[in-house]
Design a protein around this ligand. Structure first.
Ligand code: GLV
Ligand code: MN
Ligand code: MN
Length: 418
């Protein structure tokens, strides 16, 4: 581990908070709700805001073919692998203002604070705003970082369609991004290390009154698309024994997801049916089609696989009993990621030197770091958030915790860059 550069970092907490609040106003829904779906008008205005904030932090900006944005402070040896940080600014429908944003604007502030402290990096420092960490548009999370890490075949990315049938190519072109998707992949060894700052999105730090979490593992997410084809008809006329109700088969599958996750044998298994649509969606009509998306995650692959097998078997049984035809498609099944022990140790040492208590943690939410960990030594810095709330407008982190997170990030990046 390199000796710590002797730095007096003063994070501009008020300025950082102001920027977080300003970005929150760029939303598809009225405040306090934040919604910024990939390539929507709000996402595009959010990107403008981020570009401006990067320039204010005196960083040079480039964007790749899907809109991953890189804001760089060139080091004295620019040929060396850079030290990266960053997160996302897209937001699921009905989200809050901190998820992802703290990791982008907080990293700009960390670099600005390093500059004010007179730090001269040897390695370049780079902040990334990843495109589409959230799966809202294409049903697949971490699109930008997957492409950067080469973790999704380009043909698969080209085949993605949103709910309206629009392709990634069509949408990125409309957003002003061109060039081959192959070019998004990072050259080997591009980052020397990557450290993402993020709110915890869970209750552990707040409950323990611990200001900083350091991520050692990120749980492996998987998701599945289930389409059920039943038979419709008049809700008054089709008698109960003759029904092939797609919604009821879907309801049984949703309950099977809960049962399988609870009974997997691992406390880390979580299963959710977050999308459930039925057609035709009329009160006096038997649903002939149901469409579900299942999110199943675990820190362990064996228990996640066991839960999936149980869900599949329950779904087969339900559909057979109801004579409903099922298509069950995997969207993604990603392995968990491990944090890099040296990078984790650096973040931990920084906390100790700053007199901040820290805790090594598992991230149950996924992050772009899940994919950065495949191409770079990686860890994450977590800060507490109120009641562990996230993905809802009440999401909140105190300015003090955000500033501490940015301060730890600045020191960790400086140490990695000398
Ligand atoms: C990321 O937002 C996740 O769903 O974990
Ligand atoms: Mn999120
Ligand atoms: Mn996030």
């Amino acid at each position: 581990m390199s000796p710590p550069p002797d730095l007096r970092i003063a994070v501009d907490s008020a300025g950082l908070q102001r920027r977080i609040d300003e970005l929150a106003l760029i939303s598809e829904a009225p405040a306090p709700v934040v919604t910024r779906v990939l390539y929507s008008e709000a996402d595009m205005r959010g990107r403008d805001y981020v570009r401006r904030a990067a320039r204010e932090a005196e960083l040079s900006v480039r964007e790749d073919a899907v809109g991953n944005l890189f804001a760089r402070w060139e080091g004295s040896e620019p040929a060396l692998a850079a030290v990266g940080s960053g997160s996302h600014t897209d937001a699921i429908p009905n989200a809050g203002r901190y998820d992802g944003v703290v990791g982008v604007l907080g990293a700009f502030e960390a670099l600005a604070a390093l500059r004010r402290a007179g730090f001269k990096p040897r390695r370049s420092l780079e902040v990334v705003m990843f495109t589409a960490e959230e799966p809202t548009r294409f049903g697949l999370g971490c699109l930008g970082s997957r492409l950067m890490a080469g973790s999704i075949p380009v043909e698969r990315a080209m085949a993605l369609r949103d709910r309206e049938g629009r392709s990634l190519d069509e949408l990125r072109a409309a957003a002003g991004y061109s060039g081959s998707l192959e070019s998004v992949r990072l050259p080997k060894g591009y980052y020397h290390a990557f450290v993402e700052l993020h709110i915890e999105q869970g209750p552990i730090l707040e409950a323990g009154d611990i200001p900083i979490g350091i991520v050692e593992h990120i749980a492996g997410p998987s998701s599945y698309r289930v389409t059920l084809h039943g038979e419709g008809g008049h809700a008054g006329a089709v008698l109960m024994p003759s029904r092939h109700d797609a919604m009821l088969a879907g309801a049984e599958i949703a309950l099977a997801v809960e049962r399988a996750a609870k009974g997997s044998g691992s406390p880390h298994t979580v299963g959710t049916v977050g999308v459930f649509r039925i057609e035709p969606g009329a009160v006096n009509s038997v649903p002939y089609r149901a469409y579900l998306e299942i999110d199943l995650r675990d820190a362990r692959l064996d228990t996640r696989s066991k839960a999936l097998a149980e869900i599949r078997s329950a779904a087969d049984q339900s559909c057979a009993r109801r004579a409903v035809r099922m298509e069950f498609e995997e969207i993604n099944a990603d392995p968990p990621a491990a944090g890099d022990p040296d990078t984790v140790a650096i973040a931990e040492a920084v906390c100790a030197e700053l007199g901040l208590r820290s805790l090594r943690m598992v991230s149950r939410a996924y992050h772009d770091s899940l994919f950065m960990a495949r191409v770079s030594p990686t860890t994450m810095i977590f800060i507490p958030c109120r009641n562990g709330w996230s993905h809802r407008p009440e999401e909140y982190a105190t300015p003090e915790h955000i500033a501490s997170g940015a301060e730890v990030l600045a020191h960790a990046m400086a140490r990695l860059a000398v």
